[in-house]
Design a protein around this ligand. Sequence first.
Ligand code: 4GY
Length: 235
Amino acid sequence: MEKLKKEKYINFKIITIFPEMFHAIENYGILSKAIKKKIINLIFFNIRNFSKEKNKKVDDRPYGGGEGMIMSFSPLKRAIVKAKKNDNSLVIYLSPQGKKITYKKLKKLSKKKCIILICGRYQGIDQRIIDKYIDEEISIGDYILTGGELAAMVLIDGISRFVPGVIKKKISKNKDSFSQNLLDHPHYTRPKKIDGMRVPKILLSGNHKKIKKWRLKKSVQQTLLKKPELFKKNK
Ligand code: 4GY
């Protein structure tokens, strides 16, 4: 039987001064496979290539004074305008000021065709870029990194899991514990006994109905114990 599989794909256009950092996701594991299969597409715009100043300067001192440097408006603007060309894409800026990313939001973003990710460095970017070009400001958590690249990779990884063809359907659909607002149950593999510790008997029983029930019970227990707030969350 001919399989008429029309696979979805997603383009991530990444605006950064450190495109090489993304080798971490391009060259390893499931994401690298998805990129080879062209389900996930990473396209880089090195901000330095959009600087018209000598020595490819992309930053400047803050008005009002203070420590550190700010990413200048012009090179960033040119990079964004170039990235937006031919594509109706969502422009995201990764920053601690953004709305914190959730399971639900990642899933929603996975339906987009093209996402532009702006990676800031130094003390941040000129506010006028945010005011004029950014559709959404997203945070991966309440802490400050040295740049937006790692946050962008977290986002790419988290979104990609929801793109059909990236991970096995059974894993993504049924077993994704967060889709039910539950934590995962414990896992075991061979050997049956190690350093005096045994695998729970039920998992060796072959009784799949009972195993399913046990896993659900463990999931509920783990959630109550470690993250009771998940029960109150709406998907
Ligand atoms: N947290 N969530 C985050 C971050 C680094 C200075 C602006 C975060 O998303 N991004 O900490 N980013 C900063 C570094 C410029 C981005």
